[in-house]
Design a protein around this ligand. Structure first.
Ligand code: ADP
Length: 221
C-alpha cells in the first residue's frame, strides 16, 4: 500500500501532506512541481524550455513531464513505493503511470475554491528546502524566514492572484476528470477539507486512517 497518488486542486495541501508521510511510510515524496522548479533554478535546457509554462500556471507538455517522472521512478529509492504529488495531472499522464507502475491508492483532497484561493494567495515557500508556510494558518516562527534552514521565504510566481485563477481553470478541465478515472478502478478515497483553518494534522490523520484500513483490507484478501 505504498504506491500512492495524491489528487486535488492546487493548494489542496498535497505537498504539505506528502512531505509528512515520508517518515511514516518510508518512501520518497515525488513532487513534479518541485522537479520542474529545480530544473528552472538550475537553468538546464529543460528548465529553460519549461519555465514559460510553469510561470503562467499552465501545464508542461505531457511528453516532457512523463519522461521526467518515469526517470525518477526508476531510481532505487522508489522500489518500496512513493507518494506522488502533482502527477498525474492529465488523462494521458494517468495512463502513462499505469504502464510504469501499479498504483495502490489515489487519495483526493477535496477542497472548495474559496479555501484554495485564500490558501494560495497567502502561501510562502522556502527558496532553499521548499518547505511550505502560510501567512494565515501555518506561520513561520520568524517573519519570512524558514524554520528549518533559516533561508528567506518567497511568494511563488504562480501563487500570484492572476495566475491562481488560471491554475484552477486548468485543474477543472484537465485534472478533475482523474477522480472518475481512479474511482472506476476502485482506487479512489476522498478526504474532505472544507475549512481554511483546519490544521494539517487533522487531514494527516484522515489520510493515515485511509492508508491503514487499505492495508488491513489487503492483508485479509
Ligand atoms: P500546484 O501548487 O499548482 O499544484 P505544482 O508545484 O505542483 O503546482 O506545479 C507547478 C507547475 O509545474 C505547474 O503549474 C505546471 O506548470 C508544472 N507541473 C507540475 N506537475 C506537472 C504535471 N504533472 N504535468 C504538467 N505540468 C506540471
Amino acid at each position: 500500500m505504498k504506491k500512492i497518488v495524491l489528487l486535488g486542486p492546487p493548494g489542496a495541501g498535497k505537498g504539505t501532506q506528502a512531505s509528512r508521510f515520508v517518515a511514516v511510510l518510508g518512501v520518497p515524496h515525488i513532487s513534479t512541481g518541485d522537479m520542474v522548479r529545480e530544473e528552472i533554478k538550475a537553468h538546464t535546457d529543460l528548465g529553460e524550455a519549461i519555465k514559460k509554462f510553469s510561470d503562467k500556471g499552465v501545464l508542461v507538455p505531457d511528453e516532457i513531464i512523463i519522461r521526467l517522472l518515469a526517470k525518477r521512478l526508476k531510481e532505487p529509492d522508489c522500489k518500496k513505493g512513493f507518494i506522488l504529488d502533482g502527477f498525474p495531472r492529465t488523462l494521458q499522464q494517468a495512463e502513462a503511470l499505469d504502464r510504469i507502475s501499479k498504483i495502490d491508492l489515489a487519495i483526493n483532497l477535496n477542497v472548495p475554491d474559496e479555501v484554495i484561493i485564500q490558501r494560495l494567495s497567502n502561501r510562502l515557500t522556502c527558496r532553499k528546502c521548499g518547505a511550505i508556510y502560510n501567512r494565515l494558518t501555518l506561520k513561520p516562527k520568524r517573519d519570512n524566514l524558514c524554520d528549518e534552514c533559516d533561508d528567506k521565504l518567497y511568494q511563488r510566481e504562480d501563487d500570484k492572484p492572476e495566475v491562481i485563477q488560471e491554475r484552477l481553470n486548468v485543474y477543472r478541465k484537465k485534472t478533475k476528470p482523474l477522480i472518475e478515472y481512479y474511482k472506476r478502478r476502485s482506487l479512489l478515497k476522498d478526504v474532505r477539507c472544507d475549512d481554511l483553518m483546519t490544521p494539517p494534522e487533522v487531514t494527516f490523520e484522515k489520510i493515515r486512517s485511509i492508508i491503514d484500513s487499505a492495508e488491513k483490507h489487503k492483508a485479509r484478501v
